[in-house]
Design a protein around this ligand. Structure first.
Ligand SMILES: NC(=O)c1ccc[n+]([C@@H]2O[C@H](COP(=O)([O-])OP(=O)(O)OC[C@H]3O[C@@H](n4cnc5c(N)ncnc54)[C@H](OP(=O)(O)O)[C@@H]3O)[C@@H](O)[C@H]2O)c1
Length: 313
């Protein structure tokens, strides 16, 4: 059934980046089943159209849109922000979920390391550009998909290190896992700073570690070895008997939808969810000096310093 104009106006609108595969694709279907208008992004039109048709199947009047966007290109991110604001006069949730892991150092046209750009610089830019529309749609929120933010033996991941931002941004001494955790630590720090800067506006911010999901494409560019093997093992275990932090795409998608829609979030203070539960990340993830440095550094990288990255209140 085609929704009426009033029904359309009253519908919640969620922009879910990386809705074409893995956790994002599962979350998109579940959002549609809740009668939410789901806007998804990805790099390939055919994959996007396939995910869109799942959205339409998930609800009789399921509505969605696909925006072809490559997060390696800042111009694509800017176009996405412009198009979404032109097409929809409200935005209730921005779900920064698109992510990548690169097997080798790959540079974008701007000379920056691709993992850092896709996982952190692009969501930083997109969020800043969409804040005006989020502020018009309150209560609104920004939820970002990160990785484990406490030391946890079950993941056996190394620690993020943002002590030299120039080296991280250009991928000096590149190593897959280090680049990945650095980019996710940056996204986590950004979430804390964002919540702080948006205090009192009705827009809140949170991040979620979805656990270990072995069936997604996130390791597609990883060499055969530790990361890939641990993903395969997680996929196998998820089928036999889910253990520890292991989730399926469907349960991780549910988790994203739950944190995006179901409970209230505190004003001015970011929340970190370790899978379903609120948790305290390691102290470095909230460090104020690092937050300030990272914000200034990234506003500069994205040219937002001149054109209005949110200043401190
Ligand atoms: N799987 C896990 O165990 C795990 C654990 C912790 C956190 N996460 C995070 O969860 C999120 C979803 O990952 P997933 O496991 O579901 O992986 P996935 O199946 O590889 O999905 C990644 C999504 O990101 C999009 N993407 C990748 N590179 C992009 C680029 N350059 N520009 C625009 N979009 C891009 C992909 O779209 P296209 O390929 O269609 O362009 C896809 O929709 C990621 O942020 C990941 O880091 C995953």
């Amino acid at each position: 059934m085609t929704p009426t104009a009033t029904e359309r106006r009253n519908r919640t609108v969620v922009l879910l980046t990386g809705g074409t595969s893995g956790i994002g694709r599962a979350a998109a279907r579940q959002l549609a089943a809740r009668n939410v208008t789901v806007l998804i992004t990805g790099r390939r039109r055919a994959k996007g159209e396939a995910a869109l048709s799942e959205i339409q199947d998930a609800h009789p009047s399921g509505e969605g849109a696909f925006y072809r966007t490559d997060f390696a290109e800042q111009s694509d991110v800017r176009r996405l922000a412009r198009d979404v604001q032109a097409d929809f006069d409200r935005l209730d949730v921005l779900l920064n979920n698109a992510g990548t892991g690169q097997g080798e150092r790959t540079l974008t046209n701007d000379g920056l390391e691709l993992t850092f750009v896709v996982n952190f610089v692009a969501p930083f830019l997109l969020t800043n550009l969409l804040v005006p529309r989020l502020r018009e749609s309150t209560p609104a929120r920004v939820l970002s998909t990160v990785t484990v933010a406490q030391h946890d033996k079950a993941y056996d991941m190394r620690e993020g290190d943002l002590s030299n931002l120039d080296a991280v941004a250009t991928g000096e001494s590149f190593e897959l896992e280090q680049a990945y955790v650095n980019s996710k630590l940056a996204l986590l720090l950004f979430t804390y700073e964002l919540a702080d800067r948006l205090a009192g506006t009705g827009v809140t911010a949170a991040s979620v570690n979805p656990g270990l999901i072995g069936t997604t494409d996130i390791t597609r560019n990883a060499p055969l070895g530790g990361t890939k093997v641990s993903h395969w093992i997680a996929a196998l275990l998820a089928r036999i008997a889910p253990l520890g932090p292991i989730e399926t795409e469907a349960t991780a998608g549910e988790m994203l939808v739950h944190h995006a829609m179901d409970q209230e979030l505190p004003d001015g203070e970011a929340v970190y969810f370790d899978r379903w539960e609120q948790a305290d990340p390691e102290p470095r993830a909230t460090n104020q000096t690092l937050r300030d440095r990272l914000w200034t550094f990234t506003a500069d990288l994205t040219g937002l310093t001149e054109t209005g990255a949110m200043g401190k209140a």
